[in-house]
Design a protein around this ligand. Sequence first.
Ligand SMILES: *Cc1c(COP(=O)(O)O)cnc(C)c1O
Length: 424
Amino acid sequence: MEFQDSLDFAKQLDQQDPLAAFRSRFYFPNFHTENPVYLTGNSLGLQPKTAAKYLQEELDDWAKFGVEGHFLSRRPWFSYHENLTAMAAKIVGALPIEVVITHSLTTNLHLLMVSFYRPEGKRVKILCEEKAFPSDQYALASQVSFHGLPHDALVEVGPRDGEQLIREEDILAKIQELGDELALVMIGGVNYYTGQYFDLEKITKAGHAVGAVVGFDLAHAAGNVNLQLHDWNVDFAAWCGYKYLNSSPGGVSGMFVHERHANNKSLPRFAGWWGHNKEVRFQMEPGFDPIPGAEGWQLSNAPVLGMAAHLASLEIFEEAGMDRIGQKRNQLTAYLEYLIHLVSERNKEKCEFEVITPRSPKQRGAQLSIMAKGQGRQLFDKLTALGVIADWREPNVIRIAPAPLYNSYEDCFRFAQFLEQALH
Ligand SMILES: *Cc1c(COP(=O)(O)O)cnc(C)c1O
């Protein structure tokens, strides 16, 4: 589509947008300006207006039933997480047996690595991306040392000198090179810093070809890019609920374990009673018998309040559908990129900045990372003062993400106007 740099054009796109009505289902923060441009759904998604209702229902049932709410409430807490499974599975392209919503993200990464990182003989290495999200770096390094291995069992693949993005060919070459020393590939599906979306299917194939297990952290991918975890044969994955999935600060996380591992009771795991055979859970007997599928990785009974918020959001995703979300994501992001490019062209002498996110819609989701080469942090602070809610990442990147469920083309237009103002 030919874009135009005008408010009228942006409004016209909003009028034609089949998802436009979803914007009114969310609360927009108005703490520092009346009408902010919220572009931080990749960090914390906005609150669905229905979240309060779902939370209140659980509070009411808790008041009314006390402990009996586990079985008597309108959505019995005993099986509360089951309300979320099918909808979450669709978002990541999985079968219901492959998904469970439970715990938080870093916890889930550890639990999954306990099962799927099993260094043996010379096959001890983990391949991850350079400058992975800090929590992932700590988790990976601590897994390596937990097994009594030296730190160099963790191998990073990064951008080439002078480049910002990691070349896919370099990831694949590294997998080849490590060969039978490679135990696990564990990469962020969408890099949090650059917004680069890797070809997860190719990476999975390459990892499996050398005999490694392949898992992904999908914190920046779930609810953002279109995923087919089952078909791509990914071994395991985890994601958080509070970024693109709008399910409350620190909210519940999702886990994926491929169907082919569903009945493998010999996998080592850290077990808890909620992962134990449901039929006999309350007989409280010794001898752990894991539930087949991802549910067998649960430790604890469901944090129902967090899950209520997640339920509210998943229903919105269900209604909108990932296909439509993906179509809007591509066009909205491309429009924002186009406008930023024009601002940069018009203001070459004032400030240098560059969008470092890949240009191809196949290699990115909704996020654009703007590297501020001149004014840096100052530019970000000015944008904030003008009413843009974006996100600053050291040393010099402004991250913005137009979330297709609630951002508009007009938001993109206003952002570009503010960017131009901030330069002056
Ligand atoms: C957001 C994010 C996290 C955060 O982990 P929590 O356990 O939810 O605090 C971890 N890893 C990545 C890649 C992230 O983007």
